[in-house]
Design a protein around this ligand. Sequence first.
Ligand code: GLU
Length: 289
Amino acid sequence: MPHSQGSESRYRGRFAPSPSGPLHNGSLLAAMASFLDARVHHGEWLLRIEDIDTPRVVPGADRFIMQQLTALGMQWDGPPVWQSQRLGLYQNAFDALAAQDRVYGCACTRQELPPEGAYPGTCRHGLPPGRSARAWRLRVPPGIERFQDRWHGPQEQDVAAETGDFIVKRADGLWAYQLVVVVDDGEQGITHIVRGADLLDSTARQRVLARQLGISYPQVMHVPLLRDETGRKLSKQNHAAAMDLSQPMNTLNRAWEALGFEAVDAADPPSFWQTAQRQWAARYGLQAH
Ligand code: GLU
C-alpha cells in the first residue's frame, strides 16, 4: 500500500528470495529486517521472486515462501514479480551496454582462469583466434568504489583489481545475478536494499554496473548471517531446515535476537511486529507507525 505523506513516502524496499527452497531461519533475518525497515520508513515492501537461476529453482518454492511470509505476518505491497517474466528488461539492459561497448564476449573456461583473484582480462581486447564467446563480461573501469553500509559502516572496494571484469551473461546463457538485481532494483524504483551480509561483497560490483546503466543505486544495509553449530552459514545449499511455523513466536524471536534485540513477549505475530517496529525505529532514530 503506497503511502503519500512527506519525504519518507519515497522509501521503497524489497525482499528478493531465490525460490531454491523454503525460507530458513537465516533467510528470515533478511525478510524481517527489510520488512521492518520499510514499515518504519512508512515505505513500500515489494516481493521479487529471483527465479533467474533456473537450474536451482524448486517448483512450488515461490508459493511456499509466500505462505511462510504470510504465516509470520509479513505482508508485501502490490503484486510480486518473477524474474523469469522479465527477461526482456535484462536483454534491453545488456543491449544498451553492448551498444556502448561496455561488455565483451569471453571464451575462457573455468580451467583456464586462475583459481582466485581478478579476471586477468584475457579476452578484453578480443577473442583469441579460433575461440568463440561463452560468457559476457562488463568492462570494469578503474577506480575505488566507496559507499556507506547502514549496518557495517563505510566500505570501499577496488573492483577492477579485486574482481576484474565480471560476468553479466553466463556461459549457460542465463543472465547473471549481478545484472538482473541491478536492473530490477532500478526498474522497480527501489531506494533501500536490506539483505544478508553474504551480498555485501557484491555491492561494489552492482554499483559499478548501475552507474554504467544510468541507474541510481539504492542505500544498503547488510544484516548478519546465521550460522549453524559448526559455524557454516545457514543456507539452502547446506540444507538448512525450513522455518518452524508451528511455533511462529519462537521463530520470529530467534531471528529478532540474531538482529541484536531482546526477545519480545508477544502473543501473536501482529503484536510482535508492533513492538519490533517500535524498537527498530528507536534504533534508527525513526518514528514507528
Ligand atoms: N536472491 C538473493 C538470495 O536469495 C538475494 C538477492 C538480493 O537481495 O539482492 O540470496
